[in-house]
Design a protein around this ligand. Structure first.
Ligand code: ASP
Ligand code: MG
Length: 467
């Protein structure tokens, strides 16, 4: 059996976390030595954000580089302290230090030029994974397990060269992994490999976008023809709602690929939405596992088998979004108008979440952080007289209600909206949309009302069963 395991930043926070993860992997390997383990890592918790921030500061002033690098060294070196064997620890510190030297060179060049090329940006952003990969391999060796640390370059994870949002070139990746990664697995070594990025045909680093190491893990799973993918978290799996909003939320044992994908789009911060694509193509099951309860089953994500649970599976919330409403010019045809609006978003590099249209208006949601870019794009269209008026509200949340069962059960929308009417003060639904997949209903509300909405819907669909 060949398994890909992915450990994200959320479970790589401190020395104890690295020890815990190394123990999980090495125990599995010693229980079933014939099984093969390929381990994909993200950066240590928060490090990608630190790198992005550090780059920004370096662009502002070259004197910011040295203290930034010092902090990064300190952070990673502190994480080697749990390694028991002295020679391993000092070897690991040397490796980390060499890596950080290369990052220092790159940041210094950026700071001197006061400009950042897209290839440099992705190169710098990839350093978190390079460092955590060395760390975890070190902890595995310390636990007595054979381990090799590979970077995406070594393994040949080839992409289309799209900076910040790359896609893999599957046939090349398959061939390269077969030649460069699989032999380690066959020789019984655990492979630890960097998530989040690959390289273009020309050898430039290209990331898969924020949160992209889930996607890396799915690509590796598919291209290595692995039997299973395990995504390790610090929670038991998918829940019927965020336990922070609904304390009595239930664990979900089984989800279809479609459901997992929809929930991820709606901000169920558990999986990168693109993760299911490579898995669905090959029919490989993914499991969300919990580092604090490694023997528990976790949520399984696979082909839809039987319908389990009720009509809906889960309610997800995406916060910090802006709702934009654009009016067309009079007598303009709607499809042309929609094209004007969405091409403006595409040119501005803004991704649109949910959309609703009427005869004269288009409403859609974007993440609040993209508002300035979106506004600029719309202003241009306004100047060209392609749209007439538009406005936005940036204090919104998007609620998504998801379940395969909606396809064959009429009246779900009615139940959702009836549930929402059971409030003291009326809740204004700013926008409602039903996905083309027919397995979701989503709506936009003011941020301040979102908790109430989720609780009411949860009560309607799961209330009786949660005692
Ligand atoms: N470290 C990257 C990020 O923070 C990738 C990942 O965590 O999946 O976005
Ligand atoms: Mg993640």
């Amino acid at each position: 059996m060949r398994v890909v395991m992915k450990f994200g930043g959320g479970v790589l926070r401190d020395v104890a976390a690295f020890q815990r993860v190394a123990r999980i992997i090495s125990e599995r390997k010693s229980e079933a030595p014939q099984d093969e383990y390929c381990v994909v890592v993200s950066a240590v918790y928060g490090v990608t954000d630190i790198l992005i921030q550090g780059t920004r500061e370096a662009l502002g002033s070259s004197s910011a580089v040295a203290p930034f690098i010092r902090e990064l060294r300190k952070l990673h070196s502190a994480l080697t302290l749990g390694i028991q064997r002295d020679e391993l620890r000092s070897e690991l510190n040397d490796q980390l230090s060499l890596k950080i030297d290369r990052l220092l060179n790159s940041l210094t060049a950026v700071a001197e030029r006061k400009a950042l090329r897209p290839d440099e940006e992705d190169f710098i952003d990839s350093y978190g994974e390079r460092l955590s990969c060395l760390l975890l391999a070190g902890y595995l060796k310390d636990a007595g397990s054979e381990a090799v640390a590979l970077e995406s370059e070594d393994a040949g994870i080839i992409t289309d060269g799209n900076f910040g949002d790359a896609r893999p070139l599957i046939p090349q990746v398959e061939r390269n992994l077969h030649e460069r990664l699989a032999p380690h697995l066959k020789a019984g070594r655990n492979v630890v490999i960097t998530g989040y990025y690959g390289i273009s045909v020309g050898g430039q680093v290209t990331t898969f976008g924020r949160g992209g190491s889930d996607y890396s893990a799915a690509i590796l799973t598919a291209c290595l023809n692995a039997d299973a993918l395990e995504i390790w978290k610090d929670v038991p799996g998918f829940m019927t709602a965020s336990p922070r909003l609904v304390p009595q939320a239930n664990f979900i044992p089984l989800l279809s690929f479609d459901e997992a994908e929809e929930l991820s789009y709606f901000g169920a911060e558990i999986l990168h939405p693109r993760t299911v694509d490579p898995l669905r193509d090959k029919g490989i099951v993914a499991t969300i596992k919990n580092v604090f309860a490694p023997l528990e089953e976790g949520t399984m994500i696979g082909e839809r088998r039987e319908r389990t649970g009720g009509v809906i599976k889960s309610i997800a919330v995406k916060r910090d979004i802006a709702l934009l409403t654009v009016k067309g010019i009079r007598d303009a045809d709607v499809p042309g108008f929609a094209w004007d609006v969405f091409s403006a978003m595409q040119e501005a590099g803004v991704s649109v979440d949910a959309i609703a249209t009427s005869q004269t208006d288009i409403s859609f949601t974007i993440s609040r952080a993209d508002l300035a870019k979106a506004a600029e794009g719309l202003r241009q269209r306004e100047k060209q007289d392609l749209i007439s008026r538009w406005h936005y509200d940036d204090d919104m949340a998007l609620v998504g209600v998801v379940g395969d069962g909606m396809r064959e059960t009429p009246g779900v929308a009615g139940r959702v909206f009836t549930a929402l009417s059971r409030t003291e003060g009326p809740i204004n639904l700013e926008m409602i949309s039903q996905g083309a997949s027919e397995i979701n209903i989503s709506f936009v509300v003011k941020s301040s009302r979102v908790e109430e909405c989720v609780r009411l819907i949860h009560e309607e669909f799961f209330g009786q069963r949660t005692a």
